[in-house]
Design a protein around this ligand. Sequence first.
Ligand code: FMN
Length: 192
Amino acid sequence: MSQREVGKEQQPVSPELFRDVIRHLASGVTIITSMGSGGPVGLTATAVCSVSAKPPMLLVSLNTASHTVEGVKASGAFAVHLLSHADKAYAENFALPEHHFDGVSYRADQATGAPILNKALGYLVCVVENAVPVADHILFIGRVVGCGLNDKQPHPLLYFDRNYRKLSSETETPATILEPWGSAQDIGMVSA
Ligand SMILES: Cc1cc2nc3c(=O)[nH]c(=O)nc-3n(C[C@H](O)[C@H](O)[C@H](O)COP(=O)(O)O)c2cc1C
């Protein structure tokens, strides 16, 4: 049986059922920014994934209808900001259709022009290496050309089951099997 034929006999999965399952995948919340032809653009996003450490690469999935996708296409660069729980208002603001940068303090990255939010847990600046259209989204695979961590004792903003969440202060027993990923410190992406 060819790859294309696998699963052909099954009932198609509806978007509603897919959403009902995938909303139970807990995610960190980010803001992705870029410099569009008409000024800075940005949106709240959870579809962000680390791809490799050597070289540092990540991918983001952006809806083709978003203004941000146009900025990323035009500039060939974007910045991903990791949010603290204290920055929940940023997440709500950047999920609105417009006026994202009103009252938001940022600077332009020297190399790419991507807007860097001054108040974020951390950020990664990326240059687009590949853009892959998938359904109504584009996957942008970015090479990380700059990054920084602003908060050494972070309280990240999480998203789970259609709600923002806070990480519990309860800790699990330390993880013993980290390979092949290791921690961010292990692979040298952030300073210890
Ligand atoms: C928690 C959350 C996660 C989201 N994740 C994404 C995402 O990964 N990709 C995306 O394209 N939109 C995502 N959105 C929707 C955008 O933030 C929203 O459509 C935004 O208004 C688009 O802004 P723009 O058109 O100015 O770029 C998310 C929204 C929320 C609230």
